[in-house]
Design a protein around this ligand. Structure first.
Ligand code: V47
Length: 364
């Protein structure tokens, strides 16, 4: 049964996987470069099964993007706009309250809220956002503000990263999403998002959060101008950080969508590359409990397949996704619980509805 993995030239990696031994950076590069997707996926599926059994997780969540006004204007992003752009928007605090109120009849357990790096909203606005959400939905877990936004809030408040995190936590922040990581390589940041917080800075914010007991996620935006070496370097930085502070819950590979971005001449990612990123992440990030196949970016169909290539989570109901759809995503805006259940069941997994911290809400 394992012979096809050996025939693919991955016999030594199979042995490491079987022994639960850590893969090297060179192994990571070899996995990405290996053309035998089935062999790489088989290895990743073994690890997924060992870590998560037959469970495939999802969450009933709501996305809120409070503003797209952004001073970073990254080349890969179609969401961020200059404040003078006709497409710029900014929600008042009461508007966010309305967004929450409008869905109070749904069993939402998480609100995922991110925005751009706004040039002039005061620090109090962000605290108010948390406050109104908690006023409307006291039980909800707020997963909000990427590490990039946190660094910005640290600056405008003068509180520093640790001070801001403590303050946000007191105001209702439950955890931090994985966005803004992009590719940590200074070369990629220089070429695509020179104004953004550095890769090292992103990790520093995430680790500061972990030290305060706040969990975070991590992402990697792949499929633009990054090399395979830069992808593995990114994963390696995350793995080292996780060894130190242990607060990452999930890793989510994000498939680049080129439409309406400054990199619009690039092609969309292929299904092969999408599955490779899931599989290599599962194999390399041995200290990450969960790998998410984000259906918004890779589609429902490939998310199902990804559940046999290392992923154990498909994110959630989402609703009103703006960031990927502005960059040309053709996926739905939201999925119902029944759609998620069907997606997971058809893939041969047991659907498990979770909360943000992976406590089980319902096993179906
Ligand atoms: O931070 C920007 C990326 C991120 C594009 O933590 C793009 O559980 C593709 O981070 N094509 C936002 N990606 C999404 C995100 C996320 C989504 C779901 C779950 C979680 C989680 C996190 O999307 C941004 C940026 O890295 N992005 N532009 C684009 N054109």
């Amino acid at each position: 049964m394992d012979s096809f993995v050996k025939n693919a030239g991955l016999g030594d990696i199979l042995e490491k996987v079987e022994a639960g031994e850590r893969l090297s950076v060179a192994d990571g590069v070899r996995l990405y470069e290996n053309p035998d997707l089935l062999a790489v996926g088989y290895l990743a599926n073994r690890v997924r099964e060992r870590k998560n059994g037959n469970n495939a997780y999802f969450i009933y969540n709501q996305h809120i993007n409070y503003s797209n006004i952004c001073t970073n204007l990254c080349k890969f992003c179609a969401f961020g706009k200059d404040k003078d752009s006709d497409l710029a928007y900014e929600m008042g605090v009461e508007e966010v309250r309305e967004k929450v109120r409008a869905r109070l009849d749904e069993p939402i357990t998480e609100i995922h809220m991110v925005g751009g790096i706004h040039p002039d909203l005061p620090y109090s606005y962000y605290i108010d956002l948390l406050r109104v959400i908690k006023e409307e939905r006291p039980e909800v877990h707020i997963q909000a503000f990427t590490c990039v936004e946190i660094a910005h809030l640290a600056e405008i408040s003068g509180l520093g990263v640790a001070g801001v995190l403590a303050d946000l936590k007191r105001s209702g922040l439950g955890s931090i999403p994985g966005g803004g990581a992009e590719v940590f390589s200074p070369r990629i940041r220089e070429l695509t998002c020179e104004k953004k917080l550095s890769g090292a800075g992103w990790i520093e914010v995430a680790q500061t959060a972990h030290r305060q007991g706040l969990h975070t996620n991590a992402t990697m935006l792949y499929g633009h101008i990054e090399t395979i070496g830069e992808r593995v370097e990114h994963l390696d930085m995350l793995r080292r950080a996780q060894d130190e502070t242990g607060g990452f819950l999930a890793f989510i590979p994000l498939a680049f969508h080129p439409k309406n971005t400054e990199l619009s001449t690039l092609a969309n990612t292929s299904g092969i590359d999408d599955l490779k990123n899931i599989a290599v992440a599962r194999l390399f990030l041995d200290n990450f409990p969960h790998i998410k196949a984000y259906w918004v970016m890779i589609g429902q169909k490939l998310s199902q397949v990804a559940l046999s290539y290392g992923a154990d989570d498909v994110d959630g109901t989402v609703k009103e996704e703006i960031i990927t759809h502005m960059a040309g995503a053709e996926t739905e805006q939201a999925l119902s619980r029944n759609q998620l259940l069907r997606l997971i069941r058809e893939a041969g997994r047991t659907p498990v509805e979770r909360d943000t911290l992976y406590n089980v809400i319902n096993r179906y």
